[in-house]
Design a protein around this ligand. Structure first.
Ligand SMILES: Cc1cc2nc3c(=O)[nH]c(=O)nc-3n(C[C@H](O)[C@H](O)[C@H](O)COP(=O)(O)OP(=O)(O)OC[C@H]3O[C@@H](n4cnc5c(N)ncnc54)[C@H](O)[C@@H]3O)c2cc1C
Length: 470
């Protein structure tokens, strides 16, 4: 079977779906095709609804302050389905020596922004607190080169604040190793603030002082559609007519034609197209482009990925002896153990459980310790039982177990990532009509993926317009 279209989108995760949706506004329906290797759409977004529980295997919410997520929901007519996390139980904890300590208020953009909570937190020793509070006295870095997040935080706030406050947050967000992750690619505003003000704490303190007395709406935190992120995928599926979406369609080869591209699928089908929006993870894209441009292939393959797993367990409320007074905890690398973080889902999203149900979600695996992501179900269950007993005092057997493995699931923006992106752009200039987008490049969060899908769709549409006009 052979199809001919103007734009083919490869990958039906949120990036590819957002790109395809955007293209429906400029292309006729038979000029667009979305190709997804799997039998279902959504990629990392996978929601299971069972026995009154809503269980997320991958992402469970997105940052509301980045506009693309909510904007997409608005365009799909599902903005009224968006809910925030439970405001009564937003407190989070850090595990140290087996005990949970509340994360100090005012951790903004990864680092502390308030002195008071920093000076009273039980997570840090007295020395650690004082060292962190001395941040404004630390001279600014003069080198303009990229720096690892660990190096930045240790320089400015001290080792203890890094190990026990910042590192566990990094593990929670990227499953990453701060000694390898690039500050410029992940938290560029911190590097810019240091360059401009010589401190990151002082300008935040000044801003708080100026705001004192003025009350505005609280900033939007994490949000999600009521019955899970699959609502977003389902809404996108509804607006992409059936014949425009091929499921079970793995692209095996990318062939350059005089005025476009041929995609050869694993099952023998082919698609000729003027432009390709490629949203597969960088390592998969690397294999497709390496025969066309080995340097591009090598650069894409050089973006590292980390494997993780999530494990959801459910109990009747009566099986949970201690009150869960917050939204969950993170476990620093220094603490050891296989659990990286745990979300108390039934507190964070009360609508996702039946009335007397408690739902907890554990994260396993991080850079440098990915073993738990490849453990057997039995081994994973043993890890979780031990954590349930030690931290929550829960000894009952869960009513429900759900394990999701994410091999090479999270891209790592390591030091030099921005240079890699610049090189990728230069190489792509010689492959007109091929546009890359998705979590591997300019942001792993769902709003960033949507934004990158939209930009890629616009670039592909502009390319097609030039070809058609010529
Ligand atoms: C466990 C976990 C928790 C997360 N939590 C959050 C969170 O709470 N909030 C948040 O904002 N983000 C979170 N993220 C990150 C976010 O989910 C992802 O970055 C985002 O969903 C990636 O979307 P994508 O479309 O770029 O890639 P993917 O979802 O990976 O989609 C790519 C698609 O391409 C397809 N594909 C690959 N190769 C081919 C081929 N050759 N031919 C055709 N199709 C192909 C794949 O099958 C896949 O469906 C989390 C990620 C993980 C793994």
């Amino acid at each position: 079977m052979k199809a001919t279209v103007r734009v083919a989108v490869v990958g039906g995760g949120i990036t590819g779906l957002a790109a395809a949706h955007r293209l429906t506004t400029t292309l006729r329906s038979d000029d667009l095709l979305l190709l997804e290797a799997d039998g279902r759409l959504g990629g990392k977004i996978t929601t299971e609804r069972t026995s009154g529980y809503v269980i997320e295997g991958g992402p469970d919410c997105f940052l509301g302050i980045k506009p693309a997520g909510i904007e997409l929901c608005r365009r799909l007519g599902i903005a009224d389905r968006i809910r925030g996390t439970n405001p009564q139980l937003r407190r989070s904890f850090v595990k140290r020596a087996g005990q949970l300590h509340e994360l100090p208020d005012g951790l903004t953009g990864l680092v502390p922004s308030r002195i008071g909570p920093l000076m009273t937190t039980g997570i840090l020793s007295r020395y650690g607190r004082l060292r962190a509070a001395c941040e404004p006295l630390v001279p600014r870095r003069t080198a303009q080169t990229d720096e690892a997040i660990a190096s930045f935080v240790i320089r400015r706030f001290g080792r203890e604040a890094y190990d026990w406050l910042v590192e566990p947050l990094l593990s929670g967000i990227f499953a990453g190793d701060g000694a390898a992750l690039s500050l410029g690619a992940t938290f560029p505003q911190l590097a810019a603030t240091e360059r401009l003000h010589g401190s990151v704490l002082l300008p935040m303190l000044r801003a708080r002082f100026r705001k004192n007395g003025t009350s505005g709406p609280p900033p939007l935190g994490f949000v999600t559609p009521e019955t899970g992120l699959a609502e977003l995928v389902e809404a996108l599926e509804r607006v992409l007519p059936g014949p425009q979406v091929w499921r079970g369609a793995r692209v095996a080869e990318l062939i350059r034609l005089p005025h476009g591209w041929r995609l050869a699928l694993e099952d023998g089908r082919t698609v000729d197209t003027l432009a390709v929006v490629m949203t597969a993870p960088a390592f998969a894209t690397a294999e497709l482009v390496a025969p066309l441009d080995p340097t591009l292939g090598e650069t894409l393959a050089g973006i590292p990925f980390v494997s993780t797993a999530t494990v959801s367990v459910a109990f009747p409320r009566s099986a949970v002896p201690q009150p869960l007074n917050g939204s969950g905890y993170v476990s620093p690398r220094m603490e050891g153990g296989s659990v990286v973080a745990c979300t108390w889902t039934s507190n964070k999203f009360p609508a996702r459980v039946p009335a007397d149900g408690v739902l907890l979600r554990f994260f396993l695996g991080r850079a440098g310790s990915e073993g738990p992501a490849f453990a057997t179900d039995d081994e994973i269950q043993d890890m979780i039982r031990a954590e349930l007993a030690a931290v929550h005092g829960i000894t009952a057997e869960p009513d429900l177990w759900k394990v999701y493995r994410w091999p090479r699931g999270l891209p790592q923006y390591t030091v030099g990532h921005l240079d890699r992106l610049a090189l990728i752009d230069r190489r792509l200039a010689a492959l007109p009509g091929l546009v890359l987008a998705g979590a591997s490049y300019g942001g792993v969060g769902i709003p960033d993926c949507i934004k990158s899908g939209w930009s890629a769709a616009d670039a592909a549409a502009a390319h097609v317009e030039t070809l058609v006009a010529a």
